[in-house]
Design a protein around this ligand. Structure first.
Ligand code: FE2
Ligand code: FE2
Length: 251
């Protein structure tokens, strides 16, 4: 695809080799901000869009896979990779970051940045951890049922406790945005997790863990918001339209 200042972040990440690396280099939010143009995100971050386009072109030269192929991978497989990969990583990161934040607070008890950072990390995990459970117990089983029904045209549409999957996805997207805002606030608070020679080791370790988790969480939410959710919505329409009339129902 030809990339211009008006290209959408989501399209670059999905279709351009090295697109994710380019976004990460500029700390561009490509999950919840995927529907914005490169020009818009560059303006919001105080960057010249030409720099972003230049980075994309350089990363593209290195080649590599894109996420576009995930649009064809069986949906159950993509969901399994989220649960076995990013959900595990998030739970492990939550435990480690909470422990590192406690260490940093002990080492720098009067540092307001650490106090606020710790509170914001707690707020993030208070939202993120139940969100993972909700996806695993409610949303993803329904998505798997849709995928199974799609493989057997004419089979009944799976029963749902909502009129459309869009209702659930809306809630999930709102929770993604809340997590995203918290991560942005932490990045701003720490001036991009900047350290210097005087930074205590515990604070340095905390910053590194938060930085790494932000990267992982953006990718996690991108795969859901830009790959799994749109595919699941289309699948629900397809499965319901193919189901025997007697089994079609909205609850
Ligand atoms: Fe998830
Ligand atoms: Fe999610």
């Amino acid at each position: 695809m030809e990339v211009t200042a008006e290209s959408l972040v989501r399209d670059v990440v999905l279709n351009v080799p090295g697109g994710v690396a380019a976004m990460e280099k500029h700390h561009i939010d490509y999950c919840c901000g995927g529907a914005k143009s490169l020009r818009q995100v560059a303006t919001e971050l105080g960057l010249r869009v030409e720099w972003v386009l230049d980075t994309i072109a350089k990363e593209r030269e290195g080649g590599g896979a894109t996420d576009a192929e995930l649009l064809d991978v069986p949906l159950q497989q993509v969901v399994a990779s989220l649960v076995d990969g990013h959900h595990v990583t998030s739970r492990t990161a939550a435990e480690r970051i909470r422990s590192l934040a406690a260490d940093a607070a002990n080492e720098a008890p009067h540092d307001p940045t650490i106090t606020e950072l710790r509170a914001r990390a707690e707020k993030l995990f208070a939202s993120l951890l139940p969100h993972l459970v909700h996806e695993e117990k409610n949303l993803f089983p329904y998505v798997r049922s849709l995928a199974r029904a799609a493989e057997q045209p004419g089979s009944p549409a799976p029963v749902a406790l909502f009129s459309s999957i869009r209702d659930v996805l809306h809630d999930m997207e709102e929770e993604h945005e809340a997590c995203d805002l918290e991560m942005q606030a932490m990045r701003e608070l720490t001036k991009g997790y900047a350290t210097n020679d005087a930074t205590p080791p515990s604070v340095r370790a905390l910053y590194e863990a938060l930085d790494a988790h932000e990267k992982d969480l953006i990718r996690h939410m991108h795969l859901e918001g830009n790959v799994v959710f749109p595919r699941a919505e289309r699948l629900e329409v397809k499965v319901r339209s193919q189901a025997p009339k007697s089994s079609r129902r909205a609850m």
